[in-house]
Design a protein around this ligand. Structure first.
Ligand code: PEP
Length: 246
């Protein structure tokens, strides 16, 4: 169960969040829990969650180790700050703040894995693609260009998040059936490239307007291994309800 904070919360607000959330999650071992705060909040989040079952990750990395790349951070820098996870290819990076391509996603995922970070690779179709019935086509292409180039060893460490762009921040959650169908397709692509064991073990999260009141319906689908939550992860009481609901 992952929480993407996008561009919300200062370091002080991060500390306040975990003062409330950490006791609520204490001893919870039924799933992994990870938060993805803005980069500037990572040291605060790592300090606040040390010794707990909560992991911290970055929202993005650049694939080089260091260099003249103003505004970017490397995988090694995230590791040095105490992060263990990273989001790769979130739709807001693909379509809003940067024009990240599937080739970029592959390079970033490889860089994350080389540094020892666990990547959550985000895929998903836009509204026009959804309406045109192109979801499968988009997912196959994103998997082929963004993930299939990994080695079998690397793939074992990867989590995929299916996030239909039309469902992110819109309140229009995909139905459990739509989400499960997309997850099934991604798993099939994983099986073709990496074999059936790897495909069965692959964790696929659903993301897009997940809330406390729709988590149970979604998680009833066997295909869903967890969720990536944006807006509803900003409030500790709301996110713990989602964790418990799942
Ligand atoms: C996200 O940011 O990945 C996301 C799914 O956002 P929301 O839950 O707000 O739709």
């Amino acid at each position: 169960m992952a929480g993407n904070w996008k561009m919300y919360k200062t370091p002080q607000e991060t500390a306040t969040f975990f003062e409330r959330f950490t006791p609520l999650a204490q001893g919870w071992e039924k799933c992994d829990i990870a938060f993805f705060p803005p980069a500037i909040d990572i040291p605060e989040a790592v300090a606040a969650t040390r010794g707990t079952n909560i992991g911290i990750g970055g929202q993005n990395i650049y694939w080089s180790k260091e260099g003249a790349f103003t505004g970017e951070i490397s995988a090694d820098m995230l590791v040095a700050a105490g992060a263990t996870w990273v989001l790769i290819g979130h739709s807001e990076r693909r379509h809003v703040v940067a024009s990240e391509t599937d080739a970029d996603v592959l390079k970033k995922t490889q860089a994350a894995l080389s540094a020892g970070l666990k990547p959550i690779v985000c895929v998903g179709e836009k509204l026009d693609e959804h309406k045109a019935g192109k979801t499968n086509e988009v997912l196959v292409k994103q998997f082929a260009a963004g993930v299939a180039g990994l080695t079998e060893e690397q793939f074992k460490e990867v989590v995929i998040a299916y996030e239909p762009v039309w469902a992110i921040g819109t309140g229009q959650t995909a139905t459990p059936e739509i989400a499960a169908g997309a997850h099934r397709l991604i798993r099939q692509e994983a099986e073709k490239r990496f074999g059936s064991d790897a495909a069965q073990q692959l964790r696929i999260l659903y993301g897009g307007s997940v809330k406390p009141d729709n988590i149970q319906g979604l998680m009833k689908e066997d295909q869903l291994d967890g969720t990536l939550v944006g807006g509803a992860s900003l409030d500790p009481d709301s996110f713990i309800k989602i964790v418990h609901g799942a």
